[in-house]
Structures are given as structure tokens and as C-alpha cells.
Design a binder for this molecule. Structure first.
Ligand code: DC
Length: 228
């Protein structure tokens, strides 16, 4: 099956793929779906239900039991979509530092990935969607007609994240952010199942020293949409 109306955008942490996907979704009137929220929701559920997250079998059991869903934003509190975990709104609970620290481990488990991939396919079949992640073009929807892989150097990604963090008044240093980005890259790219890498037929965009407007223009050209 070919998902003509599904756009897959993959890339490393803080590469700007969500910002790009949101802009494309707005322009085409598509639904924006950031699949990282699924792994965050499993991590949240596992933190509540399993004592030791190193226990892969127990964490996988949780992933198989829960239902994660995404819906258009129901509130104007900065959210871009609603995230539901077994029907409960967990949009903000999945963004805590505790989830941040554990999500790479949880998302490396093969059984967790299988459960979440199935749920992403169920949601993707609704169509008219820009889906963002690490393995959308390679594993989740290898038949997606449009695939973009957004790249940026670790230093550039750390610089962008540092500016965001400073705006929020948090006290993390640039060096800490850079170290954390390098660590996540390492975990995401070296895991055995669905490692982070561009699909053979993906269009790679390098966003280093490019404004988001330029990246958007490049992406729209790749998608064959008029740039205006
Ligand atoms: O993009 P993010 O920071 O919300 O992603 C959270 C984690 O989930 C990150 O460690 C990578 C992982 N992830 C994944 O393995 N596959 C996806 N399709 C999306 C995210």
C-alpha cells in the first residue's frame, strides 16, 4: 500500500523536525503527529507500574497493555496535540525530566517498539498526516511516498536547545546540553531495533546555518508543493 498522503520526517533529537513538521502540517492542513510521544507515554506508564525499568519483560507487558492515542489539541495551553494514555490526558506529564531520562532505554526494547509501531500504523491510516520520529520512513511506513530526514550537527542542535532553555529561565549549560544530545544520538543510532538512520529513499536536508523558512522552502519543494 502506498501512503500518498503521509509525510514521514525523521532525524535526531533537537534537529528541528517537529517545528518543520508543524509548519508543513499547517500549510497542507494535515494532522501533525510526533511519534516520540508514544515512547514517552510508555515510559510514563512504566515508571508508574514497574519498579525496575531494566526489567524488559515487565516494561514490554505495559507497552502491550496500554492504548496511546493522539487527537487535535483540545486546549490552548501551548500544546500542539492531545496525548491520551488509556483515555487520560497526559500531554504534559510525558514531558517531565524523569521521562526524559528514561525514554531512550524504554524505546530501545524490541517489544515496546513493536507495540508502538502497531499503534502508530493504526493512527497513520487516518491519512493526511505529517508523522515525525526516528524510524517512520525506515520501519513504520516504509511505503510513505514522501520521506524527509532532517540533519544538523550536535553543536548546532545544542545551540538551538540552549537558546530555548535560556528563554525558559532554566540554568542548564551549553556543555551539558551538548553532552546529553551526543548521548541520545549514540543510544538512538546504536540500538539493535530500528536505529536512527535515513531511509535509502529519504531526502536529506541539512539544517545547519539555515533559517527555518529556508528549510521549509526546501521541504515544500521536495513535496512538490507550491512555495509561497
Ligand atoms: O523526539 P522525542 O525526544 O520526544 O523522543 C523521545 C524518545 O523516543 C527518544 O529517545 C527517541 C525515541 N523515539 C524513537 O525511538 N522512535 C520514534 N519514532 C520516536 C521517538
Amino acid at each position: 500500500m502506498s501512503f500518498i498522503n503521509l509525510i514521514a520526517i525523521d532525524g535526531p533529537a533537537a534537529s528541528g523536525k517537529s517545528t518543520l513538521a508543524e509548519l508543513i502540517a499547517k500549510k497542507l492542513n494535515y494532522f501533525f503527529f510526533d511519534t516520540g510521544v508514544m515512547y514517552r507515554a510508555v515510559t510514563l506508564a512504566a515508571l508508574e507500574q514497574v519498579k525496575d525499568l531494566d526489567d524488559e519483560a515487565k516494561v514490554t507487558e505495559v507497552a502491550n497493555r496500554i492504548q496511546v492515542d493522539v487527537q487535535p489539541a483540545s486546549k490552548e495551553d501551548g500544546r500542539v496535540m492531545d496525548i491520551q494514555l488509556d483515555g487520560e490526558d497526559v500531554t504534559w506529564q510525558i514531558r517531565t525530566p524523569e521521562v526524559d531520562q528514561n525514554v531512550s532505554k524504554v524505546s530501545a526494547y524490541a517489544g515496546v517498539r513493536k507495540a508502538m509501531t502497531d499503534q502508530q500504523r493504526r493512527i497513520g491510516e487516518r491519512g493526511n498526516m505529517v508523522m515525525v520520529g526516528r524510524d517512520i520512513g525506515t520501519v513504520v511506513f516504509p511505503d510513505a511516498k514522501h520521506k524527509i530526514y532532517l540533519e544538523a550537527s550536535p553543536e548546532e542542535r545544542a545551540r538551538r536547545r540552549f537558546i530555548e532553555v535560556q528563554k525558559r529561565g532554566e540554568s542548564t549549560t551549553y556543555d551539558d546540553i551538548l553532552a546529553s544530545i551526543r548521548k541520545r544520538d549514540e543510544v538512538d543510532s546504536s540500538r539493535a531495533v530500528a536505529p536512527l538512520k535515513p531511509a535509502a529513499d529519504a531526502h536529506v536536508i541539512d539544517s545547519d546555518s539555515k533559517d527555518i523558512e529556508v528549510v521549509l522552502e526546501e521541504a515544500l519543494q521536495i513535496l512538490g508543493k507550491p512555495v509561497s
